[in-house]
Design a binder for this molecule. Structure first.
Ligand code: SF4
Length: 173
């Protein structure tokens, strides 16, 4: 798998790697989320990306909402949720929790994943935090190599991958 050198890891373009890592770590106690009702009128649009130079992580949640002393990130997905949130969405939201923690100096206890039919609160517990940080480090270590082997056999991952046009290990459906 050809991966270009990156000085900064851009969260949204690396979502495929999140999916792979999330699958591996699902058994490690990652929270599945609980369905909640939330007042969307209190959600504030995020104007510019959040950035943590230590983690070399940047990303922009769709909304932030104040809950007491906490700032909670909200990620909106246009599709429906069937049984549970997607692992990759949980990891993306956890990365936003890390960014909120850095930018606002307050740790969110949870983040919100909003699908067209359901809204979930995803607990930002220590297991999820450790897992997402380990995944980030793993990915950043790989971006310093010029060649990294494909880590999956799923053509659907490649179908929507941003590196597909330059990748020499892309799988076709
Ligand atoms: S095209 Fe497939 S193998 Fe290549 S980087 Fe993307 S997901 Fe990995």
């Amino acid at each position: 798998m050809l991966v270009p050198y990156l000085s900064i890891f851009f969260l949204l373009v690396a979502i495929v790697l999140f999916i792979v890592a999330a699958r591996k770590k699902r058994q490690a106690g990652i929270p599945a989320g609980r369905v909640i009702y939330t007042d969307t009128s209190k959600w504030g649009k995020v104007e510019k990306p959040l950035f943590d130079p230590t983690l070399r992580l940047t990303g922009k949640p769709d909304y932030l909402v104040k809950q007491g002393s906490q700032i909670i990130p909200v990620e909106v997905k246009s599709g429906r949720s069937l049984d549970a949130p997607h692992d990759s969405h949980i990891y993306q939201l956890a990365a936003y929790c890390l960014l909120v923690q850095h930018e606002y100096g307050t740790r969110p206890n949870y983040g919100i994943l909003h699908y067209s039919n359901k809204t979930y609160a995803i607990e930002f517990n220590s297991t999820l935090e450790a897992s997402v940080i380990a995944t980030l480090h793993e990915m950043q270590e790989k971006t310093t190599r010029s060649l990294v082997d494909r880590s999956h056999k799923n053509p659907h991952n490649c179908q929507h991958c941003g590196y597909r046009s330059i990748c020499d290990q892309s799988l076709r459906i």
